[in-house]
Design a protein around this ligand. Structure first.
Ligand SMILES: [Zn+2]
Length: 151
């Protein structure tokens, strides 16, 4: 009798595989897996078998409680910029009013993240939301509005 794979069963298998550091199971309905919480995610590739790894920067030190290990990677803001660019691209292919709402929310997310960063670093943050994805960022910390006074 074939074993029925429930969502819970599949989730437990995925968790076990993540702990063992390999991936063999890919089930529909679980398009993203956490490899290193907060830092590395395996995204499902359409039209392909291999995972698409998304890696966020991981740093250690007093400003990064709980982090063990470090490696280079991207930021949430840069991923949001990619999503904005992609949304503009697909909207140019086939326009849909929903894309306007998506773009507004993605820009709001960048704005909130940058406002948070500015507050933590004692800077004021006064930039418009519209077009925020195109504003220049600091070469060191990659935040909008920092003029190199970081670190
Ligand atoms: Zn900076």
């Amino acid at each position: 009798m074939p074993r029925v794979r429930t969502r819970r069963y599949v989730a437990l298998q995925l968790l076990r595989e993540t702990r063992e550091g390999h991936s063999a199971l890919r089930e529909p309905g679980f398009p993203m897996r956490v490899i290193d919480p907060g830092h590395v995610y395996a995204l499902e590739n359409l039209d392909g078998e291999r995972d698409n790894l998304l890696t966020f920067v991981k740093r250690e030190g007093p400003g990064y409680p709980g982090n063990v290990g470090h490696f280079p990677g991207t930021t949430t803001q840069d991923v949001l910029r990619c999503l904005i660019e992609r949304t503009k691209y697909v909207d140019n292919q086939i326009h849909d009013e929903a894309n306007d709402a998506v773009l507004a929310d993605l820009r709001d997310a960048i704005w909130a993240l940058e406002e948070r960063a500015a507050r933590r670093h004692g800077r004021t943050f006064d930039v418009p939301v519209e077009g925020i994805e195109d504003l220049p960022t600091c070469g060191k910390c990659h935040h909008i509005g920092c003029e190199g006074g970081c670190r």
